[in-house]
Design a protein around this ligand. Structure first.
Ligand code: SF4
Length: 508
């Protein structure tokens, strides 16, 4: 239930039954081109990663201009806005926020003044250790406009840049202090920077705009829309700097064991995005095939829950020999709704976006393939909808394992009690959602369907690649659940006070 924002009631309801990524980022360096419009189109391609707010900043050689607001990309920018944002480079952001609330001030890019230089920062991910850093910066007189971790990163970079006189040194020192999952793009008047957490949890890719410039984006689908060709990923811990002098790379922080978010492949990324040479579509198709091998069922029709359940449903059908068909029709024109969180309104929210196709499902035993079950409330409603439309049996198949553990690296499920599979076994979940049978893809099966690399799979296993400070995770795990941190020595990461950090010799 990822990129389609079907159940996008969360902003005011707080009970939305789907996982949400916390953002998408885009950046372009292309002097002589309309960088604001290129960014606008890039953000359109990333709209599935966040629908609460959108923003663009441009650097015109003298200063940085920012336009941002709540709403979809198409709602935030008018033609006149884009025309007013001329420059040689730009960054953009779409936000689905959890930490730090919503509203204009949480919209990105954030900007910070470093003496007479303005920087703008756009961030995808979550930082787990910024509360202490924020307190210190506030004590030092740094003003904050929001409660977001992204603004802390922006101000921290500004602080170290002031202290060292060099922006890359500022970024490097900030990277050495912040922990979590992050992919960031940063703009000053004459340069674009892109950098990524040392485990590579959140995605970030580089593309070439012919010989005219460079693009960085959360996913390759945003390169395609602006006519850029994929060059490579931004490496874990790397800082990329693009300016009139060309493209430069340096290792901002030593890479740690790779831990790319596996949920990007299962559900967040767009199917036409390519990861390590493979389309997300093809991976999801394989997940469906593997699911049919692991959890076969006697049925008449395989349907997918639009949009992200469709490729695995096709794969399930091809492997099982059961015909694939449409069973749920999605209304693609439903905007975000800001309605009261009553049960009636929640149910209406699902029905506004999905309806069962009784012509296809009536009198049939249906396999319904979906990408995840979070709270279970939406699955329950869809199963009921299919039965009311005449399906004689509904067998639910999920193309990933049970989501049992909270995520602290950029997804909005950071409280374990929200997760139905943390509280109930498979049979209990099946009973709750009213399905005739329920099965999840195994972790081993999932790993067979995605490229070979290091993955974070903490939401299935509780093995977290980055230690979660107790102050951040307090109250977020259920009793009896003990997360593990396979890559560290068991101690809390010690971060020196901001004011005590010694500046090394500037390298730029
Ligand atoms: S915990 Fe899950 S959703 Fe979060 S980064 Fe890891 S794999 Fe992705």
């Amino acid at each position: 239930m990822g990129y389609d924002e079907r159940f996008g009631l969360r902003a005011t309801v707080g009970e939305d039954d789907s996982l949400h990524d916390e953002c998408g980022v885009f950046g372009v360096w292309a002097p002589g081109r309309d960088v604001a419009r290129i960014t606008y189109f890039g953000l359109h391609a990333l709209q599935h990663r966040g629908q609460e707010s959108a923003g663009i900043a441009v650097g015109n050689g003298k200063s940085v201009l920012v336009r941002k607001d709540r709403g979809l990309v198409s709602q935030v920018f008018t033609d006149a806005d884009l025309s007013a944002l001329s420059g040689k480079a730009a960054i953009g952001h779409v936000r689905y926020g959890t930490a730090g609330g919503g509203g204009f001030d949480a919209a990105q890019p954030h900007f910070s003044l470093i003496d007479d230089v303005t920087i703008a920062l756009a961030h995808n991910g979550t930082l787990v250790n910024t509360s202490g850093v924020r307190r210190e910066l506030v004590q030092m007189g740094v003003p904050f406009r929001s409660e977001t971790d992204s603004e802390v990163a922006c101000e921290l970079i500004g602080y170290f840049t002031k202290k060292s006189g060099h922006l890359r040194v500022g970024i490097r020192h900030a990277m050495q202090m912040i922990e979590g999952g992050y992919a960031m793009v940063l703009l000053r008047e004459n340069a674009l920077y892109a950098f990524r957490d040392p485990n590579g949890i959140r995605p970030l890719v580089i593309g070439a705009l012919g010989t005219e410039g460079w693009v960085v984006a959360s996913e390759t689908c945003a390169l395609d829309i602006v006519g850029a060709t994929f060059v490579r990923d931004v490496r874990p811990g790397e800082i990329v700097r693009i300016s009139d002098g060309g493209i430069l790379s340096e290792q901002g922080i030593e890479p740690r064991p790779e831990a790319q978010c596996i949920f990007e492949d299962v559900y967040f990324s767009r199917p036409d995005t390519v990861v390590r040479g493979r389309s997300v579509y093809s991976m999801r198709y394989e997940m469906g095939r593997q699911l049919a091998r692991e959890a076969p069922v006697d049925a008449d029709l395989v349907i997918g829950v639009p949009d992200s359940g469709m490729p695995p449903a096709e794969g399930f059908a091809s492997q099982s020999g059961i015909p694939f068909g449409e069973g749920l029709i999605k209304n693609r024109y439903v905007a975000r709704t800001f309605i009261q969180p009553t049960q009636e309104m929640r149910e209406m929210g699902v029905r506004m976006k999905l309806n069962a196709l009784s012509d296809n499902v009536a009198g049939r035993r249906v396999v319904m393939v979906d990408d995840s079950i979070v709270r279970g409330t939406t699955s329950k409603q869809i199963v009921r909808m299919l039965k009311e439309a005449g399906a004689t049996e509904v067998h639910v198949r999920i193309n990933c394992p049970e989501v049992v553990w909270p995520c602290f690296y950029g997804i909005d499920t950071d409280v374990q009690r929200q997760l139905i599979s943390a509280n109930k076994g498979v049979d209990e979940v099946r009973d709750y959602i009213g399905a005739d049978s329920l099965a999840f893809l195994s972790l081993e099966g999932l790993r067979r369907c995605v490229p070979e690399c290091g993955y974070c799979d903490a939401c299935y296993t509780g093995r977290y690649p980055v230690r979660i400070p107790e102050a951040f995770s307090a109250g977020k795990f259920l009793d009896g659940f003990a997360p593990t941190f396979p890559y560290d020595d068991g101690g809390e990461a010690s971060v020196p006070p901001v004011a005590d950090v010694r500046m090394d010799a500037p390298r730029d």
